[in-house]
Design a protein around this ligand. Sequence first.
Ligand code: HEC
Length: 126
Amino acid sequence: MKSKTLKIFAALLVFGMLLSAWVQADEPPKMPYVFGMYCFMCHKEKVQIGPIGIFDMKTKEGNYLHPEYIRNNTRFGYNAMPAFRLSEVSEKEMDDIVTYLKDLAAYRKTHSDYQPMAEFEGEAND
Ligand code: HEC
């Protein structure tokens, strides 16, 4: 009797875990604070000072956006894209940005009309 209850409990637990994993998998990735603060104001649909292909891990030429390229661009800048120092974007925050852009691209493969949203934003608002 006791072991049966345990089995039911275990089955429910596994089911619950699977369910929450499935629900989570369908959630859009959460934009890191630093991205909303420093990047989104330019890399944003409608504003689009910077290319928004980065949301699909693509360069403006349509090539695969390599994570190292994101890091280099962010650290050293590129044309109108400003450079961000370690005091502005830390290594950990840089990792978060790269992870976010990868997750976002994966998410947008199955949710092509999803537009990223920021909880916090820097200067430019619409
Ligand atoms: C002042 C506006 C501005 C801000 C702020 C900005 N960018 Fe950019 N970004 C640009 C512009 C403009 C380009 C295109 C440069 C070019 O190709 O001439 C660009 C290019 C890029 C590229 C390369 C895309 C490609 O197609 O080659 C990446 C990656 C990128 N930005 C990431 C970021 C990240 C991450 C942040 C925040 C840390 C950020 N940007 C903040 C304007 C901005």
